[in-house]
Design a protein around this ligand. Structure first.
Ligand code: PLP
Length: 407
């Protein structure tokens, strides 16, 4: 039995996992062409229009509206779908801050719901208890690329006449029962920020099949203009969150490369799952046959410390890193526990604003457990290599388990 690297032994691995982003001459040529064209903004060039159509078509959506970031896309989608002042929006407690902060930016109120520990997505059976007469929308997050339980969410939304804004920031090409996420609900939002599987450094897009939502979103990111109005004619309240042609040119190339990378990530993730299933104390997430495509932005599993001599998660991560494995604790706290929510510092210059909810009194045990004790992430770049990379992960976990009594 080999000695743990943290105790002076040889690490399982010394070479890094594949780098991200992946790029080649195609990105350079695409950006260079935009520079040379002199059409750098999306009002003048055609790259953004082209990418919007391509991305929407690939997700079986009628409209794609490119936006400066995923966060802004969520806020604009809420606005365009008519969600605003004092409306309540249901959102999972375990997600990136942007899902909830976009709701506040839209002058609405985030209502948190706990996650299902089997999926790390919003627990659909806890949604109805959170609905009040003020509820206007549900924002399921397809966390890590795993689609949320859309059958049940659609049913609840229909019953209570709610809008659905899908946070698909991590879910390019993910599908629920054969339906691509993003336009299953009223609208869906994706991110193209640096860590994302399709990236231009920053960027986002809204997908929808509703022409009214598309029209309002287009107006809002373009200073409240109308497509058939004059340049200095502003019909609605708006802002400027237009995407640049540089971003769209890179995204176009990245998205062409996407199917091959998606397949590689899925293949490696499946292989890893098969191997991890056999290890006691490694909780792989539910294999729901209705998840027909998962982008594998993150690979999440549940660490059960009893099977590792009760080594706490933080120590386990440190030992794994010393074995040469890239590994992440995920969020250090659920969104409702973030200082901004605990202190309700939603106002200008950090001022307290009472949204009518004392977030410091809430409790979501599954989200807490996911952050504190159980949730462990591998990142998408780790799935771009070979089966050997997956084997190294498994070898390291087993090595830690076998040697845990020595730590
Ligand atoms: C779940 C989730 N929602 C929203 C966002 C916001 O996207 P962006 O970083 O492009 O603003 C992200 C990205 O970090 C995310 O992971």
């Amino acid at each position: 039995m080999s000695k743990l690297a943290i105790l002076g032994g040889e690490p399982v691995r010394t070479e890094p996992f594949p780098k991200w982003p992946i790029w080649n001459e195609a990105e350079i040529e695409a950006v260079t062409a935009v520079v040379k064209s002199g059409k750098w903004g999306s009002l003048h060039g055609d790259k953004t229009k082209h990418f919007e159509q391509k991305f929407a078509a690939a997700h079986d959506a009628q409209f794609g509206i490119a936006i400066g970031s995923g966060t802004a896309a969520l806020r604009i989608a809420l606005y365009a779908a008519g969600v605003g002042y004092d409306d309540e929006v249901i959102v999972p407690a375990y997600t990136f801050i942007a899902s909830a902060s976009a709701i506040i930016e839209a002058n609405a109120i985030p209502i948190f719901v706990d996650i299902d520990p089997e999926t790390y997505n919003i627990d659909p059976e806890k949604i109805e208890a959170a609905i009040t007469p003020k509820t206007r929308a549900i924002m399921p997050v397809h966390f890590a690329g795993r689609p949320a339980e859309m059958d049940r969410i659609l049913e609840i939304a229909q019953k209570h006449q709610l809008v659905i804004i899908e946070d698909a920031a991590q879910a390019w090409g993910s599908a629920w029962n054969g339906r691509k996420v993003g336009a299953i609900g009223t609208a869906g939002c994706f991110s193209f920020q640096s860590s994302k599987n399709v990236t231009a450094g920053e960027g986002g897009i809204i997908l929808t099949n509703d022409p009214k939502v598309a029209k309002m979103a287009r107006s809002h990111y373009n200073c409240g203009r109308s497509e058939d109005g004059m340049w200095y004619e502003h019909f609605y309240f708006g802002t400027n969150l237009r995407m640049t042609e540089f971003q769209s040119a890179i995204l176009d190339v990245q998205f062409d490369r996407y199917p091959e990378l998606l397949e590689r990530r899925q293949k490696n993730a499946q292989y890893l799952t098969e191997r991890l299933q056999a290890i006691e104390g490694v909780g792989v997430l539910k294999n729901d046959p209705r998840v027909t495509s998962n982008s594998v932005h993150l690979y999440i599993w549940r660490y059960q410390q009893e099977a590792f001599q009760n080594i706490p998660k933080s120590k386990f991560l440190e030992i794994m890193r010393r074995e040469g494995i890239q590994i992440s604790a995920g969020y250090s706290m659920p969104v409702y526990k973030q200082p901004v929510f605990q202190n309700s510092t939603f106002g200008p210059a950090g001022r307290y604003i009472d949204l009518g909810i004392d977030y410091s009194k809430l409790e979501f045990p599954e989200s807490d457990k996911a952050c504190e004790d159980e949730g462990i992430w591998f990142n998408q770049n780790q799935f771009l290599g070979t089966e050997k990379d997956m084997d190294d992960i498994v070898t390291a976990i087993k090595k830690v388990q076998d040697n845990a009594y020595l730590v």
